[in-house]
Design a protein around this ligand. Structure first.
Ligand SMILES: Cc1cc2nc3c(=O)[nH]c(=O)nc-3n(C[C@H](O)[C@H](O)[C@H](O)COP(=O)(O)OP(=O)(O)OC[C@H]3O[C@@H](n4cnc5c(N)ncnc54)[C@H](O)[C@@H]3O)c2cc1C
Length: 383
């Protein structure tokens, strides 16, 4: 099937199956149980996996575009699906054949969700500070520690867990393991959020003397930190695309409303002061999309993508954080109606500003890569 036809099917799924129910999800709901199997049927849990491994074999841009389309319906659900996809892709690429055989069929069919667990109660932005330990015990590994604020952890069947195999604080000591979250020694918990992003299934887990055999070591100590640094460029870009999707959906809703809602004898859109806000939003969105497209191209061509990925995410998140309140306001009180997505999207923009590198951490990276802020200091020193 052509990529455009596939994306149309994903868009139809998002519009007709996700968007109509997402606004009503409460903390007790499990959107993934009902919607992950149909998402998997569309190939959303195997987009980038090779066809020989049961995936669609599509390029990164297809994943970013699918994330955008899903996030227009619900950011949380989009995050949930892409996190399951990413675990499947990682297993296809790096796992031992018996580990693949055990997990890939369930992941690709959407029978289980999965998570990638870096964050801990004491370590978020500073990933090298993780305290989850992995110690050798004969031919096995014993894992101890806690992960928190993890997408899908509340219900996930398995996790890729990053753990310190060496001295605390040593980034070269970090390895990654495949952990069955339903096995003895693993205790999952929910992380409730005032932002009601139910679709993310956010949670955490504690591992207590959790024993694993060698086949479940996915990334050797010394390789895990570098692997995360290269993969995270992609995550930044699809989160940026998701922000574009949310702004696009809100802009469309406000545009439609502005054509119908009457004030002072004409539609809202007939008032110049009203429509200029939407025009500014459309312009900001176009700029964000252009950066996302450049970053996708860099990733797909294996070019240096660190700077573009960081800039795309910083800008798209900024646009979402700035423009979603404007669009909500343009709807008047109607924007606050629970069936409207504005409040959910607004909350999601706050989450997007934290995940896969917070805006501050990314600005710091841009400063390092462009020497922004340091060049002028050098010049003024010369004067
Ligand atoms: C809904 C949700 C889903 C998530 N899913 C996952 C997941 O699937 N897997 C996972 O591993 N993690 C996940 N996270 C965690 C996320 O990656 C972290 O929230 C993020 O890394 C920031 O860490 P922190 O929240 O501990 O904030 P901290 O690191 O404590 O930072 C707090 C604030 O200080 C700022 N800050 C920190 N250090 C600096 C600095 N050096 N200079 C300037 N400012 C700084 C940060 O930008 C932030 O604004 C998720 C979080 C949320 C909210």
């Amino acid at each position: 099937m052509a990529q455009t036809d596939w994306l149309s099917q994903v868009a139809a799924f998002a519009t007709h199956q996700v968007a109509p129910v997402a606004g009503a999800w409460g903390p007790a709901d499990r959107p993934g149980r009902d919607l992950l199997p149909p998402a998997a049927l569309l190939g959303l849990t195997g987009i980038e996996l090779p066809v020989a491994e049961g995936g669609l074999g599509l390029p990164f841009g297809a994943k970013a575009r699918a994330c955008e389309v899903l996030a227009a319906a619900d950011f949380g659900f989009a995050m949930s699906v892409v996190n399951t996809h990413n675990v499947a892709a990682k297993l296809a690429l790096c796992a031992a054949s018996e580990v693949k055989a055990r997990w890939l069929p369930d992941l690709l069919d959407g029978r289980i969700s999965a998570c990638t667990a870096l964050t801990e109660p004491g370590a978020g932005s500073d990933f090298a500070a993780i305290r989850m330990t992995a110690r050798r015990d004969g031919g096995d590994w014993i894992l101890d520690g806690e992960k928190t604020w993890i997408t899908n952890a509340r219900h996930a069947g398995l996790a890729i867990v990053y753990a310190q195999c060496g001295e605390l604080g040593d980034r070269d000591g970090i390895g990654a393991f495949v952990v069955d979250l339903k096995a003895p020694g693993a205790e999952r918990f929910a992380r409730e959020s005032a932002f009601s992003q139910v679709g993310t299934g956010t949670g955490g887990f504690r591992l207590n003397r959790y024993r694993l055999d060698e086949s479940n070591l996915l990334l050797e100590p010394g390789t895990a930190f570098r692997s995360i640094l290269s993969e995270i460029n992609g995550a930044r870009v699809y989160v940026a695309a998701m922000c574009c999707g949310m702004v696009q959906a809100a802009l469309e809703a406000a545009t439609e409303y502005g054509a119908e809602r009457q004030s002072f004898g004409r539609p809202l859109a007939g008032h110049q002061a009203w429509r200029l806000d939407l025009a500014r939003c459309a312009t900001q969105l176009a700029a964000a999309r252009a950066l996302v497209a450049q970053a996708i191209a860099a990733i797909e061509t294996d070019s240096e993508a660190q700077l573009l990925s960081a800039q795309a995410k910083i800008h798209a998140v900024d646009v979402a954080q700035a423009q979603l309140p404007v669009l909500l306001h343009a709807m008047g009180a109607e924007g606050l109606a629970p069936e409207r997505p504005f409040a959910r999207h607004l909350a999601a923009a706050q989450i997007a500003a934290l995940t896969d590198g917070s805006t501050e951490m990314l600005l710091e990276r841009v400063a390092q890569l462009t020497r922004a802020g340091t060049v002028r200091a050098t010049q003024s020193n010369r004067r």
